[in-house]
Design a protein around this ligand. Structure first.
Ligand code: ATP
Length: 356
């Protein structure tokens, strides 16, 4: 197993900066997602960790030791490619045994290990098949077994599920999650799919234009995004522009108390604009007769749009100064034009720099 540390890593292709002073620490045995839009540098980062690409600057440490001058084979890292890259002229068994053969492992040990791995990935009956005769999910499991054959310390996966249909994708996500729980090897996978990253990863590194915007657990990224990019990447939100008056925020005529800690965190004296970020499902709608509570903000509003999608209803509610997006449970049904109370628990408001 290994702890991986990226220190100020940079990489350009023909003067175009692709990775820009990237820092990241992946703890021993963690399952981490590199998440971001197309072209943000995820694959480049993974290839540098694997040793397939050289960084221009910075350092890469495995267990506190620089591995930049170490060939892939010696790093103990394996990369499973998006399109599997199986050898078509070899059987499934031979594909899995390939790395062991290259390392001079004797035939008897190879056979034993291949049979263990075939069992692990549930393909014992397919040892003599050609990869061409396998489904996408089966091919991927062969590629995984081949990668695992050499007992890697670090498993790197590039968009491992993108070629699979929805059902198979879910099976393979569970498979890799369980495999990771059993083998506990440090695993980094690249994805542009937010739900996949949230479902699978212990920690998520959100990348944007060659930098890591935020690194953390799914809930933290969703509820406490540090930047507008991270907030938008994780889903819809209302961004309410706040006025600062006597050290309190005022929105829509209502004063919002903000703790000293939050004020410090936001460096309020810098004069930057602050918005309150509120996810639509953290807003409640009620009919008009409800008592005001100290822990909540309340506004009167009227429903201007309603979209029923089965397990939830999307509303747009006009509160005078803004139209809020609200997601409610399907049993809480309101008509367009209906007057409602909009209730926001203070604990569900997240303050961040930015424009409304
Ligand atoms: P995707 O999800 O689309 O695969 P990504 O986040 O993995 O994107 P990278 O593949 O790392 O992004 O590519 C980042 C940028 O670097 C892209 O603009 C890409 O065109 C460029 N790039 C990658 N490899 C090379 C190369 N060998 N030569 C020149 N430019 C490259």
């Amino acid at each position: 197993m290994a702890e991986i540390e990226l220190q100020n890593l940079s990489k350009s292709f023909e003067d175009k900066s692709v990775i820009d002073s990237l820092n990241l620490t992946v703890n021993d045995g963690e399952l981490v997602a590199l998440l971001g839009p197309s072209g943000c540098g995820k694959t480049t980062t993974l290839n540098i960790i694997a040793g397939l690409l050289e960084a221009d600057n910075g350092d890469l440490l495995f267990d506190n030791q620089s591995v930049l001058d170490m060939p892939t084979k010696e790093r103990g890292a394996v990369l499973v490619f998006q399109n599997y890259l199986l050898f078509p002229h070899m059987s499934v068994g031979q594909n899995i045994a390939f790395g062991l053969k290259m390392r001079g492992i004797d035939k008897k040990t190879r056979k034993q290990r291949v049979s263990e791995l075939l069992e692990l990935v549930g393909l014992t009956a397919y040892a003599d098949y050609s990869p061409n005769d396998l489904s996408g999910g089966q091919k991927q499991r062969v590629a995984l077994a081949r990668a695992l054959a050499i007992n890697p310390q670090v498993l790197l996966l590039d968009e491992p599920f993108s070629n699979l249909d929805a059902n198979l994708r879910e099976d393979m996500q569970n498979f890799i999650r369980n495999l990771h729980l059993e083998e506990e090897m440090t695993t980094i996978f690249v994805t542009h799919d937010r739900d996949e990253a949230m479902l699978m990863a212990d920690q998520i590194a959100v990348m944007n234009q060659g930098k890591i915007e935020q690194y953390g657990k799914a809930k933290e990224l969703y509820t406490k995004p540090k930047t507008r990019f991270v907030s938008d990447f994780f889903g819809k939100a209302n961004y309410l522009k706040l006025e600062l008056e006597d050290n309190n925020f005022i929105f829509n005529g209502v004063s919002i108390l903000i703790s000293e800690k939050d004020k410090l965190a936001l460096k309020l004296r810098s004069g930057k604009s602050i918005v309150a970020m509120i996810r639509p499902e953290f807003i409640e709608l009620e009919s008009m007769e409800i008592e005001r509570n100290e822990e909540t903000l309340e506004f009167s509003g009227s429903v201007v749009e309603e979209h029923f999608v089965g397990d939830k209803i999307y509303y747009q509610v006009d509160i005078g100064s803004e139209i809020l997006e609200v997601t409610e449970l399907p049993q809480k049904s309101f008509e367009v034009g209906e007057e409602v109370k909009v209730i926001i628990a203070l604990e569900n408001i997240w303050f961040m720099e930015g424009e409304g």
